[in-house]
Design a protein around this ligand. Structure first.
Ligand code: NCD
Length: 363
């Protein structure tokens, strides 16, 4: 049995296989309409969601299965103080697979360690969002036919935008991909992605605050919303919220075959006038997301025929500390009795990374 916590839990080959299945589902939906008969997915969302939740639910219905929607945090036992570990252990008795979203970074990891069914991370705080990345990759594949030799611009809130973190991680595994990071100084990419992914893999990158200057070189422009809910300082959000707006005028400088993506919801970072541009792909991403999630559900349920839970830390050099993680959003700060575990990054330099949220720590 396997869960999906981080996009790298899937190999490139597995992603290709899932893309092939999703493509086949689009061509022959009837062949899949009973594949999950008798199976149930629980959707446990402790943060707002429209697309991600509904796409999992629609995916399961289209596979002939059923859905157990768990009410939001305020209405479920989490409001009484139940831990994530206990909540998913209980839901495992009712459902065959769980898609979950939590504001706590590392929540899906903790869930996967205690659930008896596969966990799908549908977003854990500002950390990662691997199924949006599957939707993004499927879209890139359908639009460009490859993941290699692309120049991809990420624009907006690169600090808190979890979809950006997961997509950069995924793209770092392909050949000759260059990324352009376009953000205000305050919203630059966190170190766990910059050092832990980009510099570690040697991926080519550039940082700028200037969207207009970056546009002409891009094959893909991935716009993001400024993540209001993750700001501690409201005034800072107000100052940064309109940092970038992609307009039809700015699109005139883009390549003829460029592709504009956005995980949605959009606030005002893409003018609605851009929607009519054939290069706007963000509504296609939504539809692709349902098909690739169907492929993911099929894959994880197939693997769950072997009930032994995969060891998420197999082969990882881990160190248990007395001191905890410094990230206030890390699940280890709130979940009862979680061991304070750190992955070794560079032992001689004293650099470690929290197992749950990946924040770096020095000892
Ligand atoms: C994204 C998310 O939740 O991180 N939305 C989504 O899942 N499609 C992006 C966002 O909220 O800005």
């Amino acid at each position: 049995m396997r869960s999906l916590i981080d996009i790298c839990d899937l190999s490139k080959e597995e992603i290709n296989e899932m893309i092939a299945v999703a493509t086949d589902i689009i061509a022959r939906p009837d062949a899949y309409s009973e594949k999950c008969k008798g199976k149930k997915i629980a959707t446990l969302f402790f943060e707002p969601s429209t697309r991600t939740r509904l796409s999992f639910e629609a995916a399961m219905y289209e596979l002939g299965g059923n859905v157990l929607p768990v009410p939001g945090e305020a209405l479920s036992s989490a409001a009484k103080g139940e831990s994530v570990a206990d909540t998913v252990r209980v839901i495992s008795s009712y459902a065959d697979i769980i898609a979950m979203r939590s504001p706590k970074e590392g929540a899906a990891f903790v869930a996967a360690e205690s659930a008896n069914v596969p966990i799908i991370n549908a977003g854990d705080g500002g950390h990662c969002h691997p199924t949006q990345t599957l939707a993004d990759l499927f879209t890139i594949y359908r639009e460009k036919g490859t993941f290699d030799n692309l120049t991809v611009g990420f624009c907006g809130d690169l600090k808190y935008g979890r979809t950006v973190h997961s997509l950069i991680t995924a793209l770092s595994r392909y050949q000759n991909v260059k990324i352009v990071l376009i953000s205000p100084e305050e919203l630059k990419l966190p170190n766990y992605v910059k050092l832990g992914v980009i510099e570690k893999t040697g991926m080519a990158y550039e940082e700028t605050t200037d969207l207009e200057k970056a546009i002409p070189d891009l094959d893909i422009l991935y716009m993001t919303r400024i993540q209001q809910e993750r700001f501690d300082d409201r005034a800072e959000y107000e100052r940064l919220k309109d940092a970038y707006v992609l307009t039809a005028e700015k699109m005139q400088a883009a390549k003829k075959d460029a592709c504009v993506m956005h995980p949605l919801p959009r606030v005002n970072e893409i003018s609605v006038k851009v929607d009519a541009d054939p290069r706007a792909c963000y509504f296609k991403q939504v539809e692709n997301g349902k098909y690739i999630r169907m492929a993911l559900i099929l894959k994880l349920l197939e693997e769950a025929k072997n009930p032994a839970r995969e060891n998420l830390l197999a082969g990882t050099d881990v160190f248990e500390s007395e001191e905890g993680c410094e990230n206030p959003r890390c699940i280890s700060r709130t979940e009862q009795e979680l061991p304070r575990l750190f992955k070794v990054v560079d032992k001689s330099a004293g650099v470690f990374r929290c197992v749950y949220c990946e924040k770096r720590k020095r000892f």
